[in-house]
Structure formats: C-alpha cells, structure tokens
Design a protein around this ligand. Structure first.
Ligand SMILES: Nc1ncnc2c1ncn2[C@@H]1O[C@H](COP(=O)(O)OP(=O)(O)OP(=O)(O)O)[C@@H](O)[C@H]1O
Length: 278
C-alpha cells in the first residue's frame, strides 16, 4: 500500500466518526446452543456498603418471555442496569450467549449489539410523526434531519410496515407522536426498539398508567414478541404478570427468592411472607 492509500485507509469515514459505524453484528456471535441467551452469574452490586444485588444468578432462555417481580428495593432496576452496562457489578459475570462478555462492552455497544431497553417514561420525538419516529430508529445516525432526508430502502420500509402492524399503530402512522395516548406512546417506543431487531428486550413497568384496554393490547404485543426475541418484563401489576407469564422470577434483597409458574411462586410461603411484610 503506498503512503497515499495508507492515509486514505487511515482516514476512512467509518473508522474516524463513530456515528457512521455500522452496528456491531453480534447476531452471529451470540451462541445460544446451550439454551440461555443471558447468563447473570454470582453478580453483586453494592452502594455505600448496601448490597443492591447479592450473588444474583439468572438465566434467560433464547426466545423466552420472563417476568421479574419483587417488592420495592428488591434489585430489579439494578439488575437491568447491570445487563445493559449502566452499572458495573463488584463481582460476578454477565454473558450474552456463551461467548459475549457483556462486562467488557460499553452501554452503547450493548444497546447496538442487540439488548434493547424500554424505560418507563417513553423517549419518543413528540413533534415527529409515528412513521418518522420509526424511520429515525432504523438509522445508526441519530441526527434527525440527516436521517429524515435520506431515502429508505425497500427493506426498511417493509420493516416499518411490519412494526406498525405489530404495535397496532398502522392507522396512526401520519399522526404526530405527541398526540398519541399514553399507551400508544409506550407501544411506539417498543416499536422503535424493534426497528433495531434486538435479541433481548428489557421492559420496565410497561403497563403503569394504562387503561384496561391498553393493558390488554400490551399483553398481546409482548407475548407476540417472544420466540423471535427474548423479553424480560419487570412489573408490579400482578394481574398483568399473570396474564402474560410463563416463568416468573421473584427477586428479594438482591437475590432470586423463587422461580416458577405464577401459581408456583404465588403459593410459595417465602414469597407470601415477603409480600405480606411489605
Ligand atoms: N445509585 C444508588 N445509590 C444508592 N443506593 C441505590 C442506588 N440505586 C439503587 N439503590 C438501592 O438499591 C436497592 C435496590 O434498588 P432497585 O432500584 O434496584 O430496586 P427495585 O427492585 O427496582 O425497586 P422498585 O420496585 O422500587 O423500583 C434499593 O434499596 C435502592 O435504594
């Protein structure tokens, strides 16, 4: 390579500017041949000496829908923070499949690599339409005008159409996102995460503040995602958990207290004691 070519190679845009880099392709590297897509092992997190997570062990199978419940302060948010790279544990390990060590990746790399997180408060662009919000979510460059001025490929349009159907907002695609109902905003944000095609989706209290009908639609949406994605739902609303849950994990004082079907955990005397004591 001559010096000019070497210089060009060194200054290739995608090596210089982070925003034009393609998302890391972890899909081929996430090895789920043993079943689980997430391994959280012996994880402890302390805040000023207080153990928010205490030797937590959690295994999520590829494509499963798991509900995580537990009283206030049980460590549910801290657990999600550890999986998404926001909080680093003091001890333990977190693996995405068998080969991807999440503790070596940044929060940004984890998000782009296939672990999406839906916070309680939606972070949609209220002044843009439903369609434009999804359009924005297709891109690696989040600069609004740059993205909206680029034309979409047929594949991206198909995906937007598919996601609009999934989240039940096909008729509202031209509507300004700010004019959507509370529930619709939550679904739009789930849709934006789906545009990135995550392998794992973490969803924090998805039905808080929703109407009965919206809760039902959310249950349908989340159950329909399982299989193609692994979905972890943290929720306090027990009726909702019962309506979607296959397997439930109960956290208490930073560890797993019980795990099983909703009936099994609700009849577990340790779980009853913890909830009655609240
Ligand atoms: N940054 C922090 N600094 C100090 N203590 C913290 C911090 N984050 C969490 N904690 C404490 O760790 C414990 C676990 O908190 P966490 O938010 O993970 O629980 P949670 O199960 O999500 O609770 P909730 O259901 O109320 O949201 C709590 O006692 C909380 O006060």
């Amino acid at each position: 390579m001559n010096p000019l070519e070497q210089l060009r190679e060194t200054w290739r845009r995608d090596q210089v500017f982070d925003f034009v880099q393609p998302a890391p392709d972890f899909s081929t590297k996430v090895d789920t041949t043993h079943g689980p897509i997430l391994y959280v092992e012996d994880v402890s997190v302390s805040f000023d000496g207080f153990k928010a997570l205490n030797n937590l062990n959690l295994y999520i199978d590829d494509g499963e829908l798991r509900c995580i419940i537990g009283p206030n302060g049980a460590g549910k948010t801290t657990m999600m923070d550890v999986i998404t790279g926001k909080t680093r544990p003091d001890t333990g390990s977190v693996w995405f499949g068998q080969r991807m060590n999440l503790l070596k990746l940044s929060e940004h790399e984890i998000a782009r690599g296939g672990i999406g997180r839906k916070f309680q408060k939606p972070t949609i662009f209220e002044a843009l339409s439903v369609f434009e919000n999804l359009e924005l979510a297709t891109a690696s460059n989040k600069h609004v005008w740059y993205t909206l001025n680029k034309s979409l490929t047929g594949e991206q349009l198909d995906r937007i159409d598919e996601v609009l159907k999934l989240i039940g907002l096909k008729e509202q695609f031209r509507m300004e996102a700010g004019a959507l109902s509370h529930g619709q905003k939550q679904w739009l944000e789930i849709g934006m995460l789906l545009m990135q095609n995550p392998r794992v989706l973490l969803v924090d209290e998805p039905v808080a503040g929703m109407t009965g009908e919206e809760v039902e639609h959310t249950a349908e949406l989340l159950t329909s995602l399982a299989g193609r994605h692994s979905v972890i739902v943290v929720e306090h609303d027990m009726a909702f958990v019962r309506s979607i849950a296959r397997k439930v994990t109960v956290l208490h004082q930073g560890s797993v207290l019980a795990e099983g079907t909703m009936d099994q955990v609700q009849n577990d005397p340790r779980v009853v004691e913890v909830y009655l004591g609240e």
